[in-house]
Each structure stands twice: as structure tokens, then as C-alpha cells.
Design a protein around this ligand. Sequence first.
Ligand SMILES: NC(=O)c1ccc[n+]([C@@H]2O[C@H](COP(=O)([O-])OP(=O)(O)OC[C@H]3O[C@@H](n4cnc5c(N)ncnc54)[C@H](O)[C@@H]3O)[C@@H](O)[C@H]2O)c1
Ligand SMILES: O=C(O)[C@H](O)CO
Length: 328
Amino acid sequence: MPSKRLSVVVTRRLPEPVETRLKELFDVTLRDEDTPMTRAELVAAVQECDVLVPTVTDPIDAGLIGQAGPNLKLIANFGAGFDHIDVQTARSRGILVSNTPGVVTEDTAEIVMALMLGVTRRIQEGLSLMQNGEWQGYAPTALLGTRLGGKRLGILGMGRIGQAVAKRAAAFGMQIHYHNRRRLRPEVEEPLDATYWDSLDQMVARMDIISVNCPSTPSTYHLLNARRLRLLKPSAIMINTSRGEVLDENALTRMLKAGELAGAGLDVYEHGIQGNPELRNMPNVVMLPHMGSATHEGRLEMGEKVIINVKTFADGHRPPDQVVPAML
Ligand SMILES: NC(=O)c1ccc[n+]([C@@H]2O[C@H](COP(=O)([O-])OP(=O)(O)OC[C@H]3O[C@@H](n4cnc5c(N)ncnc54)[C@H](O)[C@@H]3O)[C@@H](O)[C@H]2O)c1
Ligand SMILES: O=C(O)[C@H](O)CO
């Protein structure tokens, strides 16, 4: 099928150069407002297009895929995480799914570092003192945090982002530990100077900071459940930039309220887009609005990846970033 005739619907506004290129290559329908599509709009989109370009705000579930028209052949996600797409149902209907891995890695790892520093160095408390004009001047005992150097970082999910976090944290003098579905090959593990923990329970119990970097899948749902969270040291800090569902957010909130955990840095939430409301006013919790990959460079590169995936498919090949149910 010549790529000019491929009908592509994009569910959200994308960076202007990406939209321009999509218009050059395909018969593309772009979105005017920068809001998520309603369910009715998503249904209309999947009924008419050859390719849907959704993002994390679009639930592409079995019900929606069931209403797709016969032309829909590719769901080319703008984003690395694809837990909002029912890949199994798509596959059973002969619809391919692709994502944008790799280009979000460095930016998300930077946000992990920002969250770690934000919590350990009490950046939010310092900022609000300054913004409210409440600072009384330097005091040797005020706003004391803890240093990252020498602390044990436990990375849950040592893939692309986990490894990028490991490199950055090592530069801060942290000791790197990890738990992963599979142990890294020695030639990957050794340069990271990382200690592998086969038992997540044992790792969790010994770390100063945990960074969650595995995807959200059926097997990672509440991987950090109430029981596991209780294994953490009371001085430990939890960082989550993966997906809210990996961490039992209510259990985390209860522990923070009870002083059983020193703090948390969160970019993603389980309960609604804003997370458990009780987290909001805790001085030891830094909350960001899902901005791990939010850089100009990263969003352009994500757009380029989407275009390569769609163009490769239009040219009759499998998209290079195809995801399959086995990856869950
Ligand atoms: N906050 C953000 O803006 C943002 C940006 C990009 C990605 N993400 C999230 O980060 C996730 C990871 O991205 P990535 O590019 O590093 O993915 P990746 O596939 O490269 O790495 C994920 C790692 O998790 C491991 N894993 C999977 N299931 C596991 C389990 N049950 N137990 C232990 N380890 C397990 C995998 O083996 C892999 O090593 C994405 O799926 C997405 O949800 C968030
Ligand atoms: O997974 C990602 O790439 C980000 O979380 C946005 O979707």
C-alpha cells in the first residue's frame, strides 16, 4: 500500500515538526485540542483509520479494539510504556502494536535523579519557604537532608531506564543494586558495578532508596504491595517513575502518614492522574505530573520513532518497535 494513502489518526497534539512530517507522509487526521479523545472519538477513530497513534492517556482496551473497523492494522503508540493497550486482543485481531523505546531513557533517568534529590535534599520544602517569603535566613540546623553518596539504591527493573539510572546514581557515589526478571549478562552487569538480588524481598529490606523502573504488566501489578513495603527500612525512600499500578499507592500513603517510611518521589499514580490526595501535602513527598520523558528533544525523537514505525509498516514491513504479548 503506498504510504500516501494510509489513513492515520493521532489522538493527541504532538510537537509541530512531528505533525508536519506526518502530514507530508500520510493521510493524517490531527487533533485540534490538546485533550484526550473521548471514548466516542476513539471509537470513531478506530472504525475509520488504518493506523491509530495513541498515547498513555488513551485506554486501548479489548472493548475498543473489538469495535475497530477492518482497516485498522497498526496501533503505533507514542510512548515506551504500552500497558494502556490490550496487546493480546490486538494480536488476536491481526493488529500490530508498536512503541517508542530507547528515546525516553535518558530523560526519564534524569527525572529519577531529580526526584531522589528532591526528596533527600528537601527541595520542595526549601522552594515553598522561598516562594512564600517565609525564609528567616541561614541556620546550621535547618532543612537538613541526607546525602545520596554512599547510599544503597535498589533498582526494580534493570532495563533501559534502570541502567541509565544506575549510571547516574553511581556518579553520585551510590551503591547500585537491582532486581530484574532476568539477571543481566556479565558484560552488561560488570561495568555497572551492580549487585543482583534474586529475591526482591531481600533487596527491598536492605536498601536506602528504591527506584521502580519495570513496566506495568499483569506480573508487576502491586509488585510493591503492603507486605513488601513493610520490609523497607523506616529511613528508606521510594521513587516511582514507572506506572502507578506497580506500587500499592494506598499502602504507601498509610506508611508515609505513620512515619514508617522517610519519603517518596512520584511521577506516576495508581489512583487517578493526581494520585491519592493524602499524598499531596506531605513535606517528604515530591509529586510530579508524569513528566519523565518531557523534554523537547525526547518528544521529537518519540515522534520520529512513531513515524519510522508507521512508514516501515506502510512500506510492507513489520515496524521496528513492534511489541508482542510475550513482552508482558
Ligand atoms: N515516567 C515516565 O514519563 C516514563 C517514561 C518512559 C517510560 N516509563 C515507564 O518505564 C517503564 C520501563 O521503561 P524501559 O524503557 O526501561 O523498559 P525496558 O523494557 O527496557 O526495561 C524494563 C525492565 O523491567 C524488567 N521487568 C519486567 N517485568 C519484571 C518483573 N516482574 N520483575 C522484575 N523486573 C521486571 C524487564 O526485564 C526489563 O529489564 C516503561 O514500561 C514505562 O512504563 C515512564
Ligand atoms: O512510557 C512512556 O514513554 C511515558 O510514560 C509516556 O507514555
